[in-house]
Design a protein around this ligand. Structure first.
Ligand SMILES: Nc1ncc2cc(-c3cccc4ccccc34)c(N3CC[C@@H](N)C3)nc2n1
Ligand SMILES: [Ca+2]
Length: 449
């Protein structure tokens, strides 16, 4: 039995994890940087340890300070949240070596899924459809150039160590290839310290649909429906919803079964997300697997009625999954938007200031996950997300109406946010018809490209 959980994160996800852990009877340990000394997650935890100064390299990415805090407080497990060290295989191993349970997948699965090249090869072997392309080992520029002819144009050059749209270049024709390979190579080296590249046929105007999977240590793996994250701005998800307005029951079953195969193929444990591209003919292709609990997990929680952090802790304790596949029912519709301290009229530049008033909306079907309170300072040290505003309805239109009302009813004074940009998207009629693809914001919100 695990009894004391250290949350190696901050903001809304730290608050959210502490809330579930406390409801399950765990003692909780928060870690915080000097800049976060008065923040909500510190107040909510039973104990709190300062792990360093504001900059992340010296605090939330400081594995040694985090493990030291776990040792000092007698924590027996660590939840990494998302971002920071959540997909760092070395950190997962260091937790195990220190006798702590890492609430997440085995280091080997994190390692495999951190390589686009190796994960795509493993997925092909597992019978999971992947985007057609070229994943040669340590491919040279010459090899990629000759492989490109077989892949066909337009194609994507992707950094194998990249993810979430980073290190990706679209190449329209053969004349642009050589120059783009050179640039992709140096960008990858610079950004990830690894210049391995793969090629993929470009899927035109895809939807970005991801499947929530869960596996335990007894060989069970299930999927908990999908999330549609097609409304993105510069590879930042802006809106996420479940279920996807584009996915049919047949497609859901096919993608879910493929995602379960992906999890079983890498001996997965815990929460994972298998990302797919879906084209207009409803063909789907494996993009990557995220080996962490994702920002947008609340929309899945709302339509399944499950607490995914409770599932993570159960699996970490070696318990079997709480439900079998045929017990997982999807009900209603949930839509999430990310409320950011940024100014859409200023190229979405992050904003700082004091939240003189921050009063979340409440009411039927509204969930507000936040790590800030009135009076808090919004600093430039961390991601400027203030909250996730999520609405559930018995159907998509009711969820949309509730979400627009929640955004309008939230009182915020002191910092500029993207709230009106968000409510314009949710109110937009193309979005309302469920027709938004990854090209939506470019096409319909030109002024905020
Ligand atoms: N072979 C192939 N074809 C089309 C693609 C289209 C996307 C994509 C998906 C979602 C939004 C996008 C916005 C601009 C450009 C690309 C996208 C994409 N990714 C990868 C990470 C994800 N955030 C974006 N990979 C693609 N790969
Ligand atoms: Ca990823």
């Amino acid at each position: 039995m695990l009894s004391k959980l250290l949350i190696a994160n901050r903001g809304e996800i730290a608050v959210r994890v502490i809330r579930t852990a406390k409801s399950l009877g765990y003692r909780t340990v928060a870690v915080y940087s000097e800049a976060d000394a008065n923040s909500l997650h510190v107040d909510m935890a039973d104990e709190a340890v300062c792990i360093g100064p504001a900059q992340v390299s010296a605090s939330y990415l400081n594995a040694e300070a985090i493990l030291d805090a776990a040792q000092k407080t007698g924590a027996d497990c660590i939840h990494p949240g998302y971002g920071f060290l959540s997909e760092n295989a070395a950190f997962a191993e260091a937790c195990q070596a220190a006798g702590l349970v890492f609430v997440g997948p085995p280091a080997g699965a994190i390692e495999l899924m951190g390589s686009k090249r190796r994960s795509k090869i493993a997925m092909q072997e597992a019978g999971v459809p992947v985007v057609p392309g070229y994943e040669g080992n340590n491919a040279s520029d010459e090899e990629l150039t000759s492989a490109a002819a077989d892949v066909g144009y337009p194609l994507m050059i992707k950094a194998s160590a990249g993810g979430g749209g980073r290190g990706m270049r679209l190449v329209q024709n053969e004349s642009e290839l050589a120059d783009n390979i050179k640039r992709a190579r140096s960008e990858a080296k610079q950004a990830f310290g690894d210049d391995e590249l793969i090629l993929e046929k470009a899927v035109i105007e895809p939807r970005h649909v991801e499947i929530q999977v869960f596996a335990d240590r007894h060989g069970n793996a299930v999927y908990l429906g999908e999330r549609d994250c097609s409304v993105q701005r510069r590879h930042q998800k802006v809106v996420e919803e479940a279920p996807s307005p584009f996915v049919t029951p047949e497609l859901r079953a096919a993608m879910g079964e493929a995602a379960v195969k992906a999890a079983l193929a890498c001996q997965y444990e815990g929460a994972g997300t298998v990302e797919f591209l879906v084209d207009k003919d409803r063909n789907f292709y494996f993009l990557e697997m995220n080996t962490r609990l994702q920002v947008e997990h609340p929309v899945t929680e709302l339509i399944t009625g499950q607490d995914l952090v409770a599932w993570q802790l159960a699996v970490a304790e070696g318990q079997p999954l709480p439900l079998a596949q045929d017990q997982i029912q999807l009900q209603g519709h949930a839509i999430e938007v990310r409320l950011y301290a940024e100014d859409p009229a200023m190229e979405f530049t992050p904003q700082t200031g004091t939240l003189h008033q921050f009063s979340p909306a409440a009411g039927d079907g509204i969930r507000f996950d936040t790590g800030v309170r009135s009076g808090d300072d919004v600093t430039p040290h961390y991601d400027p997300m203030l909250a996730k505003v999520i609405a559930w309805g018995s159907n998509r239109d009711e969820a949309r109406r509730r979400l627009v009302r929640a955004l309008d009813d939230t009182a915020i004074f002191g910092v500029t946010t993207n709230r009106y940009f968000l409510s314009r998207i949710i109110s937009n009629d193309v979005f309302g018809k469920g027709e938004a693809t990854t090209a939506f914001l470019q096409q319909h919100f030109r002024d905020d490209p």
